[in-house]
Design a protein around this ligand. Structure first.
Ligand code: FES
Length: 162
């Protein structure tokens, strides 16, 4: 169990979890900064390696994006705040920490219901309570299969899911 999993099991979520993760770090601690998540620790079952939204500066180099979201548009204002999320083209995109985004399918792996949202620092299915971390990994028995997660990048104006 790593620090993130431990804190989640203790009930930390959302901004509180991010605050704890970025504080109280000593030299002996092994931790993963939210914006530079170790790809080995965050690679999903789909093989994606940019899960958890490591921002890159030139999003124009991303070929075949699944969706591009203008985060300045009023229709996407939810993405301007931490814990805000939108659902587009069957994908839930959330701002999981300041300036850091993550995306998973909104189709649950428990049953194919399109009810996955972002809540309290994790992805959550409103049908039967499946829980998934920001990499799509299952956090409880109902969510044990995990959900497909996507690579995400942003230049601060546009969020690209690919
Ligand atoms: S369909 Fe998502 S928890 Fe059952």
């Amino acid at each position: 169990m790593n620090r993130y999993e431990f804190l989640k099991s203790m009930g930390f979520g959302g901004a509180a979890l991010m605050a704890v993760l970025t504080s109280c770090v000593s030299q002996e601690d092994t931790y993963v900064p939210v914006t530079t998540i170790d790809p080995k620790a965050t690679t999903s079952s789909t093989g994606n390696s940019n899960i958890g939204a490591t921002p890159i500066t030139d999003i124009s180099k991303i070929t075949n994006p699944l969706i591009k979201i203008d985060i300045s548009a009023n229709s996407n204002s939810a993405l301007k705040k931490v814990s805000g999320y939108v659902v587009q083209s069957g994908i839930v995109v959330a701002q999981v920490a300041a300036g850091t985004y993550a995306a998973v399918t909104n189709t649950c792996s428990h049953e194919p219901k399109k009810q996955v949202i972002f809540d309290s620092g994790e992805f959550y299915c409103t049908a039967h309570g499946a829980r998934f971390d920001i990499t799509g990994k299952g956090l409880n028995s109902v969510g044990s299969k995990g959900v497909k997660a996507y690579n995400v990048a942003t230049d601060g104006k546009t969020v690209v899911v690919y």
